[in-house]
Design a protein around this ligand. Structure first.
Ligand code: GCW
Length: 681
């Protein structure tokens, strides 16, 4: 009896978060009848396998009494799209493809899990973008660049052999398919040439085989110098005949092993990585040579636009300057992969101007799911609102070919993964929400952050309406709060160097590149604060479409959230809000701290609705986040006060720390390593 009580009370059960949003609800429910039309139940082709997965997911997880029929129909919308229709207890899921049926099955399960089950009529969904891809920054030795969730699930730490852990890879595939992700890049963009050796390709083929029935294609990041680095040739010049032939032969070898291989992701001539520029060639010459190699097999090249030469007058302008003149010259199987903002995944950036200006070359967003600059997997920050801000600007100001985004069509979309071998996959239970949000927004950018948060909470933490409202509220406020306590009003890149966790607006080791130092970005001096990118400054505003550029250039019209990104503002200058810069800045930092403290307090009120294990793990993060918010606020205000020479405004709380201490002790990332999967019971 006691045991029974224990297992029926969700709040009393320990929960390590491993199940993500895929908790069992029905488990082979005899009342649910699942059939399918048009597939041979014993066939071994991939599509039949996919349909069988869809059927078993429905059987395992639909708890209601329903007759569900899966139907392949050539006239169904889009290849991954599906229609779910219902009459009484009869439900039909139809699609033109097996993967569409799988997505339809997961959609139906989600409806049940979020209490939004279709009662009658029909719904049709077609993804906004055909390619929804995770980028893993996983190194071949198992470490993960900017990973906060343990080690790689693909690459082993023992002798650089890829994971043979098929059950784990199936779980990974299933989680991704459940939110519509259909591609994955298995290795870091700072790519080891070794990934293209036959041994590694065979291992990659093994992963591809496991992911394939879930509709997921495998891609690799490549090192542009591979032909030379692997010792086959003396050059990697893209215009060299032997180099082009090497890549063609390599592509053939890959496609012989992996017929549906997706293609290459390339970081070239960026942060020391090799590229066509090493031979005086352009990005077009480099990308098109690779594109020709994979073209016969339907492969694509995702060429990253994250480039900046050392110490230029304005790093934010460089990608546009390098790529805009190349618009239209790329082969038709090349997509430019561009970070959401022009600097580097800061807590808030204005949209990257290339999205608004490239007219002929397709441009795909790269979002960072892993929280490199947003408190790692320690701060609970829900990123959907940040990504939606970028999408909204794209929709509002986009022109030319990429305007098509206004009709919800994007060529592809990438998210830098936050997954590692932590039991809970992401290093923290709340960070799972960002993986989930990426998938949902890649599928449909029109879904609101609120809906995504609610879906996530009710499938993972609690279905209790009151608790759900409390958690959803703090999730939705969390991004703005993080911006407020870290770098409000358009401030950016004032982190400690290296790990990018804590505040160090003073960070300036001798000999470091100027554009890797906070002072390059905040420009604090006795006059004021902020980077003048107006027409009187570096002129970066001119990279935006006219209407937007005019607004950004004008101190009175520039949105306050971007003010210090585009303007150098006097400390005592009165802002359109009626207060001066210093007062506004102090108020923002204080607001960030208050918000973080409120999150911790609100979390404490949902205790009875959450299992103790996750309640404690998440709660300790909220507590730490509130402490860190104080650290950030004190560090930034005390540091900038040396320039403003103004007192904290009346009513502002006294600092908890002094500047000398803050500068001596670095805000550290301690004690937050989550247990890894090997500790699973
Ligand atoms: O933000 C920087 C990160 C690097 C990363 C690089 C990139 C993979 O600090 O760790 O390298 O961006 O996106 O290429």
């Amino acid at each position: 009896m006691a045991t029974l009580l224990l297992i029926t009370s969700v709040a009393a059960m320990a929960d390590n978060g491993h199940q993500l949003w895929l908790r069992q609800t029905g488990l082979d429910n005899p009342a649910c009848n699942v059939t399918q039309k048009a597939f041979n139940p014993t066939a071994t082709d991939i599509e039949s396998q996919t349909v069988r997965i869809a059927m078993s997911e429905l059987l395992a997880r639909i708890s209601q009494k329903l007759n569900i029929q899966l139907e392949k129909r050539a006239d169904a919308p889009g290849s991954d799209g599906f229609t779910i229709s219902r009459r009484g207890s009869n439900i039909t899921i139809s699609s033109a493809s097996g993967t569409g049926l799988l997505y339809g099955a997961f959609a139906l399960i989600r409806m049940q899990a979020t209490d939004t089950m279709l009662k009658g009529g029909s719904v049709t969904e077609v993804p906004a973008s055909p390619l929804r891809i995770l980028n893993h920054w996983d190194n071949l030795n198992g470490t993960i660049e900017r990973g906060y969730a343990g080690r790689s699930i693909f690459w082993s730490d023992k002798g650089e052999i890829i994971s043979q852990n098929a059950p784990l890879l199936v779980e990974y595939a299933r989680a991704n398919a459940s939110i519509g992700i259909n591609g994955t890049v298995l290795n870091n963009v700072n790519a080891s040439p070794k990934v293209l050796t036959t041994d590694y390709l065979k291992q990659t083929a093994h992963v591809a085989r496991i992911l394939r029935p879930y509709g997921i294609k495998v891609y690799l990041s490549i090192n542009f110098a591979s032909p030379k680095a692997l010792g086959d040739l003396t050059t990697a010049d893209p215009l060299d005949k032997d180099v082009a032939a090497w890549w063609k032969a390599k592509a053939k070898e890959i496609y012989d092993l992996i017929p549906d291989f997706g293609g290459f992701l390339v970081k070239a001539n960026s942060e020391g990585e090799p590229g066509p520029g090493d031979y005086g060639r352009t990005h077009v010459e480099g990308a098109n040579m690779l594109a020709a190699a994979v073209k016969p097999y339907g492969g694509i090249i995702m060429w990253r636009a994250f480039v900046y030469a050392a110490n230029s007058p304005d790093r934010a302008k460089q990608a546009y300057e390098e790529f805009m003149p190349l618009d239209g010259q790329f082969a038709d199987n090349v997509i430019l992969q561009v970070k959401n903002g022009p600097v580097d995944f800061q807590p808030r950036e204005p949209i990257h101007p290339l999205f608004l200006s490239m007219k002929k070359t397709p441009v795909m967003p790269e979002w960072q799911i892993t929280q490199e600059y947003l408190g790692h997997s320690i701060h609970n920050v829900f990123l959907a609102p940040m990504w939606k801000e970028m999408l909204d600007d794209w929709r509002t100001y986009g022109t030319g070919a990429n305007r098509s985004f206004a009709d919800m069509k994007i060529p592809a979309i990438a998210g830098v993964s936050n997954i590692g071998n932590s039991v809970n996959w992401c290093g923290s239970d709340m960070a799972q929400a960002n993986w989930y949000a990426f998938g949902r927004l890649a599928w449909n950018p029109a879904i609101s952050s609120e809906k995504i948060a609610q879906e996530f909470i009710s499938q993972t933490l609690t279905k209790d309406k009151k608790a759900l409202a409390v958690i959803s509220d703090i999730m939705l406020r969390s991004h703005e709060a993080c911006v407020s306590y870290m770098m409000p009003m358009g401030l950016h890149h004032i982190f400690a160097g290296g790990h990018h966790y804590g505040p160090e607006p003073w960070y300036a080791p001798r000999g470091t590149r100027e554009d890797w130092l906070p002072r390059y970005y905040h420009r604090a001096d006795s006059v004021g604060l902020g980077f003048d990118r107006t027409m009187r400054g570096t002129g970066a505003v001119a990279e935006y479409p006219d209407e937007m550029a005019k607004k950004l250039d004008d101190f009175n019209l520039c949105p306050e959230k971007y003010l210090l990104w585009f303007h150098h503002v006097g400390w005592q200058q009165t802002l359109p809000n009626g207060k001066n810069l210093w007062e506004t800045l102090c108020a923002k930092y204080d607001e960030g701290v208050r918000e973080a403290e409120d999150f911790a307090a609100k979390w404490a009120t949902v205790k009875q609705y959450i299992d103790p294990e996750r309640f404690a793990a998440i709660g300790s993060r909220y507590d730490r986040q509130a402490k860190d918010a104080w650290w950030w606020r004190d560090a930034c205000l005390l540091y900038f006060q040396q320039f403003s020479q103004m007192p904290l405004p009346e009513g502002a709380p006294a600092p908890r720390h002094n500047l000398a201490d803050l500068m001596r002790f670095h805000l550290a990332i301690d004690n937050y390593t989550a247990p890894d999967m090997s500790k699973l019971p």
